[in-house]
Design a protein. Structure first.
Length: 463
């Protein structure tokens, strides 16, 4: 009888779902969340680059899992960051479907209406990071680029970050920490200083931005105690324009005329310097004895500009072809996620937020669109198939996409343009063969999915 009970107890436990408690094993893992800026799918050596050497990220991939079908929520900075902090499609907020322009300018009609009223940014009521971590006793720090609104009501402290340091806007001179001088979208930019510590202006001019973020992160880790878990969010500015290598200091701040200058060699140096910084952060986790109880997540906020590599994929930053949204992602969780493995399952960046909620065992008040990815990566189980959606607006241009299974539908609209594409990503990952005319039933199905999603995610700030 005892053997019978033990046998069935073992079977019962074996088939139980992977709950947050199973994941935690009565511990609260630290979180280090690293986001690169405009890094392409093919810009790391562990993702196939032959030109750029990234030994530290390669090592991280060997110690964790490399995701090969991981998507950013948007093809530009602000949208992906919005989805990451909310765990929801950024379209639900309103005004954040495009990167906020320099000077906190809106770049499409709804966003411009909000910026003209001083309301362009992510309202704290929408975000679940870091608040849900704070609720569970985590120390929380944001070290790096914000790009979710420069008004007081939208800055990091309003969202609950215990500590923050970095630029508020989308891009600054890597050495002088200033916006460019010159005309931008009809506005004269005066080269304003853009670097803040705990929401207050902070002068660290002359300190190369990537080194500053790395050194601040190392110092933060040095001050953490093993008795209190932490969330360290590191949105680096690298390798976003301006392309300034760490050995390219100039006495005068950059201007709009030279903002897009720079070479492939500068880009290479910036990424390799970023990799070196990440190596220092991993070393500090080891030195402090944190590594075994820390989830490390690395991904890029969108695809690269034309100077970067999208690997085998077409398109780049700003586009919803694969090269603009499929990005490198590496996740390490010692003892939980298998070492050196690869997952080709489609995930999207808001899944990170949903996964962290699951690890904590919490259910945010606002329902999440993201799905728990950690449970699947730990157990090896395959999630249910779902559709993933994108929509990016800028001026009169609207670029939309939906992927379900191997099918992907893209719709490009402008004042004088309407184009539709249908691709089978299994047979055509480079999106070279448009099947829109050959598979009308599939085209209609995907059009309907997109239409229904657009109705569902109407921006709440417009209601």
């Amino acid at each position: 009888m005892v053997r019978y009970l033990i046998k069935h107890l073992i079977l019962f436990l074996a088939v139980q779902p992977l709950t947050a408690q199973n994941l935690l094993d009565h511990t609260s893992p630290n979180i280090v969340l690293i986001v690169a800026d405009d890094l392409g799918y093919g810009d790391l050596s562990c993702y196939g680059s032959k030109k750029i050497h990234t030994p530290h990220l390669d090592k991280l991939a060997d110690q964790g899992m490399r995701l090969t079908s991981f998507y950013a929520n948007g093809p530009e900075c602000t949208p992906t960051r919005t989805a990451l902090l909310t765990g929801r499609y950024q379209q639900r907020v309103g005004g954040l479907e495009c990167a906020i322009g320099l000077g906190n300018l809106g770049r499409y009609p709804e966003a411009k209406t909000l910026s003209d009223a001083g309301r362009l940014g992510l309202p704290p009521s929408f975000s679940v990071l870091p608040s849900m971590m704070n609720d569970y006793g985590y120390n929380t720090a944001l070290i790096g680029k914000w790009h979710l609104g420069e008004g007081d009501a939208y800055r990091p402290a309003a969202h609950g970050w215990d500590y923050s340091i970095g630029p508020m806007g989308g891009g600054v001179d890597y050495f002088h920490h200033t916006e460019p001088i010159g005309e931008f979208l009809g506005t004269i930019m005066e080269g304003n200083h853009d670097f803040y510590r705990n929401d207050q202006p902070h002068d660290r001019a002359g300190y190369y931005m990537t080194h500053l973020i790395t050194d601040e992160a190392v110092e933060y880790l040095n001050n953490q105690k093993p008795t209190t878990p932490f969330l360290l969010y590191l949105p680096y500015t690298s390798p976003h324009q301006p392309l300034q290598a760490p050995d390219a200091y100039e006495e005068s701040p950059i201007t709009m005329k030279t903002w897009r200058n720079g070479t492939e060699d500068d880009y290479k140096k910036m990424i390799e310097d970023l990799d070196d910084g990440i190596g220092k952060i991993m070393a500090k986790l080891d030195d402090k004895g944190f590594a075994d109880n820390t989830i490390v997540i690395f991904f890029s906020d969108n695809g690269p500009t034309t100077v970067g590599s999208t690997g085998p994929y077409s398109g780049n930053k700003g586009h919803v072809f694969e090269g603009g949204i499929r990005v490198p992602c590496i996740i390490r969780w010692p003892g939980k996620i298998p070492d050196g493995e690869i997952s080709a399952v489609p995930y999207i960046s808001m899944d990170i937020t949903a996964g962290l909620a699951k690890v904590l065992g919490t259910v945010p008040t606002k329902g999440l669109d993201g799905k728990d990815l950690f449970g699947h990566l730990v157990s090896g189980s395959k999630p249910d198939e779902r559709a993933l959606f994108w929509r990016k607006k800028r001026s009169a241009t609207v670029r939309s996409a939906v992927r379900k299974g191997d099918l992907k539908y893209i719709r490009d609209q402008d004042t004088d343009l309407f184009a539709e594409y249908l691709f089978d990503l299994k047979e055509d990952p480079g999106e070279q063969s448009n099947l829109a005319d050959k598979r009308p039933a599939d085209l209609k199905k995907m059009q309907t999915l997109l239409q229904e999603w657009e109705t569902d995610v109407k921006g709440e700030r417009y209601n």
